[in-house]
Design a protein around this ligand. Structure first.
Ligand code: HEC
Length: 132
């Protein structure tokens, strides 16, 4: 069956509209959501320790993002620069929920061999927001 041209365009139009709906958020709102999911308040110090520790694999979060992610990081394999993760030093950090979730998923698999828990995300975010 051939779709009418106007109908055939619909998926394209929907895809074009997506960036506008890119689930804009803020570091504070994300932290609240992770804390709610964890049912516990975040602890920045625990977040720092999680970030700089290796968890049985080759890398820590700091391997790519730096021990203190207020400056650009450097990818452990490709050496490509990575924007600072701390929101005070990168206004775009933690403002797009889909992007944040995508990178948490990928990076946590590399570092802890599983997805990070909401509590771990809340802790890391609390620590990153404490960096000024
Ligand atoms: C192998 C390298 C690597 C490691 C290890 C790594 N990351 Fe990343 N991370 C990246 C890259 C690359 C990006 C995309 C940055 C860019 O586009 O500038 C990124 C982006 C992110 C983002 C998205 C921030 C935003 O809003 O744009 C988060 C959150 C993040 N990383 C958290 C972590 C955490 C937590 C860990 C440890 C569990 C970790 N990363 C370990 C490479 C890494």
């Amino acid at each position: 069956m051939r779709l009418k041209p106007a109908l055939a365009l619909l998926p394209l139009l929907a895809a074009a509209a997506l960036p506008a709906l890119a689930q804009a958020t803020s570091p504070a709102r994300l932290q609240k959501a992770y804390e709610a999911a964890a049912d516990a308040p975040a602890q920045a110090e625990r977040g720092r320790s999680f970030f700089i520790s290796r968890h049985g694999a080759e890398w820590s979060c700091a391997s790519c993002h730096g021990q203190l992610p207020v400056d650009a990081g450097r990818h452990a394999v490709t050496a490509k620069p990575i924007d600072p993760l701390a929101p005070a030093f990168n206004p775009k950090a933690f403002t797009d929920e889909r992007r944040v979730e995508k990178w948490f998923r990928r990076n946590c698999k590399d570092v802890v061999k599983r997805e990070c828990t909401p509590a771990e995300k809340a802790d890391v975010l609390a620590w990153l927001q404490s960096l000024r």
